[in-house]
Design a protein. Structure first.
Lengths: 106, 119
């Protein structure tokens, strides 16, 4: 199985900050990397798919990059509603696997 | 408006069975693959199973192989997860997702149904 490792596990930041979260795969997954946002008590929401494609309706302050084994999710300017937990997921090979999550806190 | 409505979750004892359902609306159900993803209490996300558009191809995470069966009824716009020989570690909120893209992304999630396995 492909292991996904996110860093950091938690991050404190402020509104307006530029923030980057990283995700590393244990083997190459091309660009089959997705990012999800989950707020407390809510279902996850797709933000980015195929490493750098913005899901419809997601604000442009979110961006993704990377290919192969190393990927990033970047917030150009954090907004209050962005404080949540973020998960990466590889969809290159079954079983699909998620990272352990990054909790973004104020 | 796309909607995925899961049902069937409950409290069961170890070794018992449960069948989850996910009723889909707002899109052409048979045009998308579907998946189940679960989240244990206070834990991260875990992909459980996926099924192709027509239902002829299925995939499972190792820990549920031989115990869980994913299926779909495209005439009724419904996804199922038959769970047998349940274990305490299957306790989780089970989400139904639709996977319409070419990159197998879970582009929409239901609100989940809670399965608790405890004696």
């Amino acid at each position: 199985d492909i292991q996904m490792t996110q860093s950091p596990s938690s991050l404190s930041a402020s509104v307006g900050d530029r923030v980057t979260i990283t995700c590393r795969a244990s083997q190459s997954i091309s660009r089959y990397l997705n990012w999800y946002q989950q707020k407390p008590g809510k279902a996850p929401k797709l933000l980015i798919y195929a490493a750098d494609s913005l899901q419809s309706g997601v604000p442009s302050r979110f961006s993704g990059s990377g290919s192969g084994t190393d990927f990033t999710l970047t917030f150009s300017s954090l907004q209050l509603e962005d404080f949540a937990t973020y998960y990466c997921q590889q969809s290159h090979s079954y079983p699909f696997t998620f990272g352990q999550g990054t909790k973004l806190e104020i | 408006e796309v909607q995925l409505l899961e049902s069937g979750g409950s409290l069961v004892q170890p070794g018992e069975s449960l069948r989850l359902s996910c009723a889909a609306s707002g899109y052409v159900f048979g045009s998308c693959a579907m998946s189940w993803v679960r989240q244990g209490p206070g834990k991260g996300l875990e992909w459980v199973s996926s099924i192709s558009k027509s239902g002829d191809i299925t995939y499972y995470t190792n820990s549920v192989k031989g115990r869980f069966t994913i299926s779909r009824d495209n005439s009724k716009n419904t996804l199922f997860l038959q769970m047998n020989s349940l274990r305490a570690e299957d306790t989780a909120l089970y989400y139904c997702t639709k996977d319409c893209g070419n990159w197998h992304q879970h582009d929409f999630w239901g609100q989940g149904t809670l399965v608790t396995v405890s004696s």
